[in-house]
Structure formats: structure tokens, C-alpha cells
Design a protein around this ligand. Structure first.
Ligand SMILES: *Cc1c(COP(=O)(O)O)cnc(C)c1O
Length: 424
């Protein structure tokens, strides 16, 4: 499918007068339409809740849009929990799915009433102590079946190699211990494959977890209140990929629910999700300007963004589609490496990419940066983070995070010794 940016050259030319490139921009309309579709696809399950994975995009203005659809947050650190608190979310709308968790984070999670999802059986006592000697009434455990996760089109991922979750015998033992310690309602969580661009993943995972829930309830006698399908629902980064259909995914989970849980008398189970990428990925773009061209052994286009703004290509060789604004209809006659300014040779947004001829000053849209884009950024080479903008439904643009200034970079040093010399 052809990938079309949600902003035009004319819009960007207007925006840069106030907010120069590079910046991430988000599409409110797309976020809302998708959130509506997610809600509808799981409306058959009365207790359904999507806990948006904050790590994918921690901008509270964007999370607040999702909250309007009844969605909560999935957190993995102190500051992510604090974002949820700052958004006035009630505890039951905050999931805390962390691993290798410091005690203070469990303490804070309990204080704000978040649902704690334990990564390992050995964390029970640690968590209990951090929670002032009493575990919360509702808790969850993360399951890892080991081996590989297989679907009809082959191996999707390798849970046996992942540091997360506990084995089935450990999960049962953990539930029994936690039950004895006063936990009343239990959840089962698993995240077995990442960025799955197939409608099969959630239904297959759900069936596996539903069967596990029936077995665990039978063997331990605890009440399973929810099953958390976590993240992993993917997006088509490449134009030749078929997007997931969330309605088909929801229907597939519904079918497994009716076939496994309902006959077992467990039809009251709530379905939870912790999607990050699917909720936000396609509705963000990194807009950057071509500022240099270089002709050596290859043709390079240097842009004013770099891996600090979007790390996925450098980190995993991830594909992000690139559109040259205003040249959507122009033949891609050139082969470019589109590169940033870091002193690291992996700072390449695209390698050997077929694109129309690029002139200096052209705006490039790097697609699908709404999830794991800005949030993964770092500050290598003293590069500062960009602004984040929201393209609202009425076409206006709101600054939802200003760009970093040098004074932010110096803020964690001794101000009088260094920053003051620079007049910051
Ligand atoms: C990363 C993560 C998610 C979100 O994953 P996506 O692939 O972005 O949907 C959800 N839950 C947990 C525990 C995670 O670590």
C-alpha cells in the first residue's frame, strides 16, 4: 500500500515559520480514529481496557487523548508512573509491567493504586516488603512459555531467549503464594512477539493464555480476573506490508474467548491490552530538512535530524519510509543514503533508498515515528531533542513539547561553574 504523509509541503512550509525542523508531528485525527476502532473491536468484552505503553510515546498530551476513550497507561519506571499520576488516572487504569524493578517503584506503584504485574516469582517478597508488608489485592504475573512463538507464516519470536516472565510451574506457585499473602484477584500477562504485522498474533496468544488460565484456576483455586495480551501488535513500516485489521483481531480473540473461557465458566474475565506501537506509531512523523548533499562512493543526503531524534534505524536497522514533500508524484530516479550528523556511521535513516531527486531545502517526512521515536532518543554528540507538535483535527498546530535548549543540556551540571560562563 502506498504510504502518504498526513502533512503536506504547504502545511510544513507554514509550520516551520514558527517551529523550525527537525520536529516530530502527530496526527490527532488518526490517533482518534484508531482509538475508536480499538474500542469497538473489543466492545464485546465488558471489562476491556487498553493500557497504552507509555514508553512508546510518553507525551502526556497524546496520552490524554487516549484516556478519553477509557484507556489507561502501562508503565515500567518511576517517571512513567508519575506521568500517569499527573494525568489523574485512577489506580485501576495504571498497569505497572516492569522488570528488574527498584523497590521505590513498587512502593510508589502501590501508593497510587497501580496494578503491579510481577515479572518473576523471586520478586514476591521484595515487592511485599516495598509495599509496606502487604501486597495489593489485585496483582498480575508475567508468563513466558519458553521455546519459540510460531504462527502459520513461521517463527515470530523467541520467548525462550527473552529475559521476561516466569515458567508455568513458577506462575502457579507464585499465584498460590500470593493468594496466601492476601491477593484476591489475579491477572496473567504475556508478551511473546514484537511488531507482528498479522491478524493472527493476538488470537493465537489469547487462546494460549485462556487455556493456561483454565488450568491455573483449576490447579490453584485462585480467581483470575483478567488476561493481559500486552503489546506486539505491529504496523506496516514498509509500503508492501498489509496493515493489521483490529476488528479481525478483536473478533479472533472473541472466538477464542467463547471457545475456551466461556465453557469453563470463566466468561467474566476482562481482556487487557498494552499496545504502544499500534496506538501511536503511524500517527507520528519526523520532519527534517535536506541541508547537505555529498557525492563520494555513494550519494548522501544530509538532513538536520539525526539518530538522537529517531534511533530505530541505527539501533535495529529498522525501515522507516521516507517521503520528499511536494515530490510525492515524482519518479524515484536517485539512490540515496539519508544521513544525520552524528559521529557514528550507523546514523542513517535510509540506506540505498530510491527517492526523487532531492534539492537542498526540501522537507523530508520520515514516517511512523509516533511510537519508539522521540521516546527512544538520547543526547549523544550533545545533540538536543526536537520539539513535538500536534496537528489538531481543525488543522491548527499545538506545541506539545518545546525543543531542548543548550541550557537544558547544562542543567544537570553545576550551574555556577559551567552554565553561567555561557550566559545560560
Ligand atoms: C514494549 C511493551 C509494550 C508495548 O509494545 P508495542 O510493541 O509497542 O505494542 C507493552 N507492554 C510491555 C510490558 C512492553 O514492554
Amino acid at each position: 500500500m502506498r504510504k502518504t504523509p498526513f502533512v503536506t509541503k504547504e502545511q510544513v512550509a507554514e509550520i516551520v515559520k514558527k517551529y523550525p525542523t527537525p520536529f516530530h508531528i502527530y496526527d490527532e485525527k488518526g490517533i482518534r480514529q484508531n482509538a475508536e476502532a480499538v474500542k469497538k473491536a473489543f466492545s464485546w468484552n465488558e471489562g476491556f481496557c487498553e493500557y497504552f505503553a507509555v514508553k512508546a510515546n510518553p507525551n502526556p498530551y497524546l496520552i490524554r487523548i487516549l484516556n478519553e476513550y477509557g484507556f489507561g497507561t502501562d508503565c515500567s519506571s518511576m517517571t512513567e508512573l508519575m506521568i500517569s499520576k499527573a494525568l489523574d488516572l485512577p489506580g485501576e487504569k495504571i498497569m505497572f509491567s516492569s522488570n528488574e524493578t527498584p523497590a521505590a517503584e513498587y512502593t510508589y506503584a502501590k501508593e497510587i493504586g497501580a496494578i503491579i504485574n510481577l515479572d518473576d516469582i523471586t520478586h514476591i517478597e521484595f515487592c511485599e516488603e516495598a509495599c509496606g508488608g502487604q501486597l495489593p489485592k489485585t496483582m498480575s504475573c508475567r508468563y513466558n512459555p519458553g521455546g519459540v512463538f510460531q504462527m502459520s507464516n513461521g517463527i515470530m519470536d523467541n520467548p525462550g531467549d527473552a529475559k521476561y516472565g516466569m515458567t508455568k510451574p513458577q506462575l502457579k506457585e507464585a499465584f498460590t503464594i500470593m493468594h496466601q499473602k492476601g491477593v484476591e484477584e489475579f491477572g496473567i500477562h504475556a508478551f511473546l512477539a514484537s511488531n507482528t504485522v498479522t491478524n493472527e498474533y493476538y488470537p493465537k496468544l489469547a487462546r494460549e493464555l485462556f487455556e493456561l488460565a483454565v488450568e491455573v484456576a483449576r490447579d490453584t483455586g485462585v480467581h483470575i480476573g483478567f488476561i493481559n495480551l500486552s503489546g506486539g501488535v505491529g504496523i506496516p513500516y514498509r509500503p508492501d506490508q498489509e496493515p493489521n485489521d483490529i476488528q479481525v483481531i478483536g473478533d479472533g480473540v472473541h472466538k477464542a474467548f467463547d471457545e475456551v473461557l466461556v465453557p469453563a465458566g470463566m466468561g467474566d474475565i476482562k481482556i487487557f491490552a498494552e499496545m504502544g506501537r499500534f496506538m501511536m506509531g503511524p500517527y507520528g512523523a519526523l520532519v527534517t530538512t535536506a541541508i547537505h548533499e555529498k557525492h563520494t562512493y555513494k550519494e548522501y543526503i544530509g538532513v538536520d535530524a539525526c539518530a538522537v531524534n529517531l534511533m530505530r534505524p541505527a539501533m535495529y536497522g529498522a525501515y522507516h519510509h521516507v517521503t520528499v514533500l511536494g515530490k510525492e508524484e515524482v519518479e524515484p530516479t536517485e539512490t540515496y543514503d539519508v544521513v544525520g550528523s552524528l559521529c557514528e556511521n550507523n546514523d542513517k535513516f535510509a540506506i540505498d533508498r530510491k527517492l526523487p531527486k532531492i534539492e537542498m531545502g526540501d522537507y523530508l517526512v520520515i514516517h511512523d515515528t509516533g511510537a519508539h521515536g522521540y521516546s527512544m532518543g538520547y543526547s549523544y554528540n550533545g545533540k538536543l531533542k526536537s520539539a513535538e507538535l500536534l496537528l489538531k483535527e481543525d488543522g491548527s498546530v499545538q506545541l506539545i513539547r518545546r525543543k531542548e535548549e543548550p541550557k537544558d543540556y547544562f542543567a544537570t551540571l553545576d550551574v555556577t561553574e559551567f552554565a553561567s560562563k555561557l550566559g545560560l
